[in-house]
Design a protein around this ligand. Structure first.
Ligand code: FAD
Length: 463
């Protein structure tokens, strides 16, 4: 048996000389990268996810706005780990744990014993206690969400065309996006693109370019996590696309066909939610301490207090570095997943675990078809906006997509839509009902004076 270093972790399986069983819950960025790295070690890995596929969430908004098809950005988990003989995949959902017995209980009724448990179940939307808003303002987290958003956005134009033909008028095509973080900015820019560029020649009775896209943000500026200079640039770039940015606007109610923002009612054919995130409830199910967003506070070796055999990673984890919270984005999730494998290798070798250090390479968000903002921190420091940032965004997203076929397919779709001004995935599937449409058609058009004018001075982008 290997000589154990002082401070090394004693895991019973290692002491007993058997292969440790590693159970990973969640096959997202953290879980997949952990499984791929762990597969090189003498351990047996079970990876459980309630879906059969990994989703590349940074490109979900492109599925929601019909640029890409779901299969372009998702990949069956089973096929990702196909060549890793010591990794088994189960499509199931973890619902309970017995931490003393080191056992996880699954929705199917099965239970699985583990030596190591890695929790990487990610996050979901938070409607700040108003879950009833979800049906009127879907958020974007899964392929299903993206398809529902695509259905609503495309359906709004179809219904307006029919209404125009039948009655000679249609309700204002207002699209309201709530939340000015990267997802809200990307959704708003992409709705504007599809309405004003990609569909402008496709209708005979309505003019899709007349659509209004409103981005509502409760705080003083959009992209609050970015340097102020890039927030300002983002507002300018959105304005060029015709997106109206309203900051300092609190949405107090969301109803079918309208939202209440401040004192005003704002008609909306499609409302989208990009305002709040809550960690997966799995953290609470562990029975350990969680913060107000449901995340599990973890140590520098990614463990919750008192449990060196459990690792919590990605959006589910709460960890600070240099006095700041490590952000809930893909890079730290991937790095944490790989670090778990590194630490288990150190346990196996009887060495002391090294602590996790997040290597921040920067952030970027796209704004429509040819612009973006990028706060680059590696391999050099730079703040870019506009076309160069967009090219950087394209390159990095192609690089990080999982699967050669997906990279090629996405590259092809982007080049095709860039030069032909067409999107290939403009399909309406599912119901033909749009919440609130009937109310909107029976209402008089919103008077100009009732338009939202509550943006903080200088923050309003629309001219
Ligand atoms: C629309 C959108 C755009 C984004 N854009 C960017 C971006 O541009 N750049 C960036 O860096 N980050 C971006 N992010 C954030 C990034 O995607 C997340 O930080 C990252 O996915 C977190 O990885 P994770 O492994 O913690 O969780 P996830 O990748 O969310 O994976 C969690 C997995 O756990 C599974 N799961 C959940 N509960 C259970 C359960 N009980 N049992 C079994 N399985 C379960 C889920 O099905 C899922 O597959 C974006 C996120 C969204 C939603």
């Amino acid at each position: 048996m290997a000589q154990r270093a002082a401070g090394s972790i004693a895991i019973p399986a290692i002491i007993e000389g058997r292969r440790p069983r590693v159970l990973i819950i969640g096959g997202g960025f953290a879980g997949i990268h952990a499984a791929l790295a762990l597969a090189k070690l003498p351990v047996d890995i079970t990876l459980i996810d309630r879906r059969n596929h990994f989703t590349f969430q940074p490109l979900l908004y492109q599925v929601a706005l019909a640029v890409l098809s779901p299969a372009n950005i998702a990949q069956p988990i089973r096929s990702i780990v196909r060549k890793k003989q010591n990794v088994e995949v189960l499509m199931d959902e973890a619902i309970r744990f017995d931490l003393d017995a080191r056992r996880a209980y699954l929705k199917s009724g099965a239970m699985i014993d583990y030596d190591y448990l890695m929790l990487s179940a990610g996050a979901t939307h938070s409607y700040f206690g108003h879950d009833e808003w979800a049906q009127y303002a879907p958020g974007l987290k899964t392929i299903e969400d993206a398809l529902e958003i695509r259905r609503r956005v495309l359906l709004a134009f179809e219904l307006a065309e029919r209404q125009m033909l039948e009655t000679g008028s249609h309700p204002p095509l207002n699209f309201v996006v709530i939340g000015g973080g990267p997802t809200g900015v990307e959704l708003a820019g992409a709705i504007s693109d599809i309405a004003k560029i990609y569909m402008r020649h496709d209708f005979r009775h309505i003019n899709p370019a007349m659509a209004r896209v409103l981005l509502l943000e409760g705080g003083p500026r959009i992209l609050a996590a970015y340097p102020e200079e890039l927030s300002r640039k983002a507002v300018q770039q959105l304005a060029r696309l015709g997106v109206e940015v309203h900051t300092g606007v609190q949405v107090t109610d969301v109803k079918p066909g309208y939202v209440i923002a401040g004192e005003r009612r704002l008609d909306s054919v499609v409302t989208l939610w990009a305002a709040g995130v809550q960690a997966s409830p799995l953290g609470k199910l562990l029975g350990l301490e969680t913060d107000r967003r449901g995340r599990v506070p973890i140590s520098k070796t990614l463990n919750p207090p008192g449990h060196s055999e459990i690792f919590v990673c990605g959006d589910l984890a709460s960890i600070e570095q240099g006095g700041h919270e490590v952000p809930g984005v893909a890079q730290p999730a991937m790095q944490m997943g790989k670090h778990v494998a590194r630490m288990i290798a150190q346990d196996l070798a009887g060495k002391t675990r090294t602590t996790f250090h997040y290597f921040d390479k920067g952030d970027m968000a796209t704004i429509g078809r040819m612009a973006a903002v990028a706060n680059i921190k590696w391999p050099f420091r730079a703040r870019w906006s506009g076309y160069p940032a967009w090219v950087a965004w394209l390159t990095i997203h192609i690089y990080f997509l999982i699967g050669f076929r997906n990279r090629l397919a996405v590259l092809f779709e982007w080049v095709w839509s860039y030069f032909t001004f067409t999107y290939g995935a403009r399909l309406i599937t599912g119901s033909h009902d749009l919440p609130g449409w009937n109310d909107l058609t029976s209402r008089k058009p919103e008077p100009e004076a009732a338009r939202l004018e509550t943006a903080a001075p200088g923050a309003r982008a629309a001219s």
